[in-house]
Ligand binder design. Structure first.
Ligand SMILES: [Mg+2]
Length: 179
């Protein structure tokens, strides 16, 4: 079984404080390519797990999320000088306060629920106990823990209950230093 590193997308891999449905506006966070390449070299599968409640709020469509994800994949490949650096993208379009009724529910895939990680484990044959999650929000960390993964919260503030790192590069250093 493979170990994975689950990666949040917005403000972990790309700069995005708002709803992003336009692939032309994809901007990678500075310096994320090479460290992700090192994780692949170490044998980790990279899996992106992203809440996209903008779909539920009618800001953009699922097809737009998929277009953005394809652009993110290509930008990461370019930055890391790899091919298919990211194994797979999972996104959750549901939101409990959706304006579009078919998306209005607290779906098991919506972080802090661990559904996207559990689905990836099933699809890709992952060993969750040897896997990690990196994200910039507490709900990312909750999802990782609920799936049985080790977690690293990105940010400037140290927290008492868990590992933190200021940058993705630093987080990757923690993961590669842990084995
Ligand atoms: Mg985020």
């Amino acid at each position: 079984m493979h170990a994975a590193v689950f990666l949040d997308r917005d403000n972990t891999l790309i700069e995005n404080d708002a709803d992003l449905g336009d692939p032309a506006r994809v901007r990678l966070v500075e310096g994320v390519g090479p460290p992700l390449g090192r994780l692949r070299d170490a044998g980790y599968l990279l899996v992106v797990v992203t809440n996209q409640g903008g779909v539920a709020r009618g800001r953009f469509r699922e097809a737009d999320v998929e277009a953005v994800n394809r652009r993110v994949a290509r930008a990461l490949d370019d930055a890391a000088r790899r091919c298919r650096l990211v194994e797979r993208f999972y996104y959750c379009p549901y939101h409990p306060q959706a304006t579009i009724s078919r998306y209005r529910r607290d779906h098991p895939w919506r972080k802090p629920n661990p559904g996207m990680l559990l689905a990836a484990a099933q699809d890709l044959g992952l060993d969750l106990a040897r896997s990690w999650l990196i994200g910039d929000q507490p709900r990312d960390i909750q999802a990782g823990r609920a799936a049985g993964c080790a977690t690293i919260l990105l940010g400037d503030e140290p927290v008492s209950n868990g590992k933190t790192a200021k940058t993705l590069r630093e987080a990757v250093g923690i993961i590669l230093g842990s084995g």
